[in-house]
Design a protein around this ligand. Structure first.
Ligand SMILES: [Zn+2]
Length: 208
């Protein structure tokens, strides 16, 4: 009998989204790229942090607000040092955060940002009732739907994922999932064994 182990999928965005906005110098809408640099302004006990974007044509900068008038004590100390030293991991974290883009009324360029997925085995075994269990690692704020992730990783159609969800075969740590759910860091995706026999007329799921 084939014993399944819990897998891990590590999702890494291939490029950081650009912001599309009107450049005051170019006079037209241009692409502003993430410079991976932060600007920090400490005014008494209040701290502002911006992530700097630059026009790809003329280098004019636009600052995206990360923290606005935050109390000095309320920021994570390690993260604060990271802002001061332009930690690239923080530029990725905040440069993929769609909540932050929305708060800044920033329009992002890539409708469907590219990403790569590395699959690893974990030392944990998969629950008996599951065909597959996957622990997902994804940067905070990276926008990806559960159905899109499963379509890509399992090579099945979006319709099939929808059927599985409707039949109650897809879970996150024991809670039923909708195909439209956003993938979150630390999620444990679980597919019931019945997915193997749940036919919708298209291909059968690959067993790894
Ligand atoms: Zn410009």
């Amino acid at each position: 009998m084939h014993l399944h182990v819990q897998k891990q999928w590590i999702i890494t965005p291939a490029n950081l989204p650009s912001i599309i906005r009107r450049c005051p110098k170019c006079g037209i809408k241009t692409e502003f790229k993430n410079s991976k640099k932060f600007r920090v302004n400490a005014n008494g006990r209040l701290i502002d942090v911006w992530l700097i974007y630059r026009c790809s044509k003329c280098e004019t900068s636009w600052n995206m607000t990360v923290w606005e008038r935050a109390e000095a004590g309320s920021l994570d100390e390690e993260e604060y040092q990271g802002f001061l030293s332009n930690d690239p991991a923080l530029a990725e974290k905040y440069g993929n955060d769609r909540t932050l883009f929305a708060g800044n009324k920033a329009e992002t360029s890539a409708e469907r940002p590219e990403y790569s997925i590395e699959e690893r085995d974990t030392p944990f075994s998969c629950g008996l009732e599951y065909h597959m269990e996957v622990h997902v690692k994804i940067p905070a704020g990276f926008d990806l739907r559960v159905d899109a992730l499963l379509v890509r990783q399992l090579g099945v159609s979006r319709n099939k994922i929808k059927t599985w969800c409707e039949k109650g075969l897809v879970f996150n740590q024991g809670n039923l999932l909708s195909p439209k759910t956003r993938v979150k860091d630390g999620m444990i995706l679980q597919l019931k064994k019945e997915v193997l026999t749940c036919q919708t007329g298209d291909s059968i799921i690959q067993v790894k």
